[in-house]
Design a protein around this ligand. Structure first.
Ligand code: SIN
Ligand code: FE2
Length: 217
C-alpha cells in the first residue's frame, strides 16, 4: 500500500494537491506531453527568442521570457501590458500550438474551469539563481478565467500566498509535468518562484521552463 505521504512526483503518476478553494496542483499532468511541448518550444524560441525584460522600476528580470498566442505579456520602462506583436521583431507572436491549447484546456477542465479559452502563453525560462518575486497576475481583462501554469525541467519552489502581499505564502514543490491552476476566488492570489537551484533534468537540461496560459484580452 502506498500512503499519500509517500506519493512521489518522480513516479510519473498523476496526483492532485489542493491549495485552497479555486487552486490545485495537478502533478504530472503534463509529463507525458513534455517532449512534444519542448520540441514545439524550440520553434517558438527561434521566431521569438527569449529575452530578459526590464521592469518599470528599471531592473533586468532574472527570468528570460518569450510568448506565443494572439497576444503576449511584456514589461518595459513604461509598465506591464499585453501586445499582439513582439517589439524585438515587429512581428506577431508565434501562434499558440494546438498541443499547448489542448493541454491548457484539459488542465483547466480538470480543475473545474471547463470553458478556458487562452489567447496568451507567457514562456518563462529559469537558469539557476533566477527567481520571480511575489506578484498578482492582474494585467488581464477577465478575472473569471483561470491561470494555467505548466512546469517543465528542474524542480522549483512555488510560493502561493493570499490576496494581500503580506499574507503568509505556502511553499509548493513543482516538478517536471506539474500544472498549477488557479481561478475563481483564488484568481488574484499572490505567487512567485524562489531562486532556482542548480541541477540537471534529462529532457530540459540545466533549466526550468514554465508555460503560463491566460485569457488576456
Ligand atoms: C508566473 O507567475 O508567471 C510564473 C510562475 C512559474 O514560473 O511557475
Ligand atoms: Fe504570475
Amino acid at each position: 500500500m502506498t500512503l499519500p505521504l509517500f506519493e512521489d512526483a518522480e513516479s510519473g503518476q498523476p496526483w492532485r494537491e489542493a491549495l485552497c478553494p479555486g487552486a490545485v496542483v495537478l502533478h504530472n499532468f503534463a509529463t507525458a506531453a513534455g517532449a512534444t511541448l519542448l520540441t514545439t518550444l524550440h520553434d517558438i524560441a527561434r521566431q521569438a527568442p527569449f529575452r530578459h525584460m526590464i521592469t518599470p522600476g528599471g531592473f533586468r528580470m532574472s527570468v528570460a521570457m518569450t510568448n506565443c498566442g494572439s497576444c503576449g505579456w511584456l514589461s518595459d520602462r513604461t509598465g506591464y501590458r499585453y501586445a499582439a506583436t513582439d517589439p524585438e521583431s515587429g512581428k506577431p507572436w508565434p501562434p499558440l500550438p494546438e498541443a499547448y491549447l489542448k493541454l491548457a484546456r484539459a488542465a483547466a477542465a480538470s480543475a473545474g474551469f471547463p470553458d478556458f479559452e487562452p489567447d496568451a502563453c507567457l514562456i518563462n525560462r529559469y537558469a539557476p539563481g533566477a527567481r520571480l518575486s511575489l506578484h498578482q497576475d492582474k494585467d488581464e481583462r477577465d478575472f473569471t478565467q483561470p491561470i494555467v501554469s505548466v512546469s517543465l525541467g528542474l524542480p522549483a519552489v512555488f510560493l502561493f500566498g493570499g490576496l494581500r502581499r503580506n499574507d503568509k505564502a505556502a511553499r509548493v514543490l513543482l516538478t517536471h509535468g506539474a500544472v498549477v491552476v488557479w481561478g475563481g476566488p483564488a484568481r488574484l492570489r499572490y505567487h512567485g518562484i524562489l531562486s532556482l537551484k542548480a541541477g540537471y533534468h534529462p529532457l530540459v537540461g540545466e533549466q526550468r521552463i514554465n508555460l503560463t496560459f491566460r485569457k488576456a484580452i
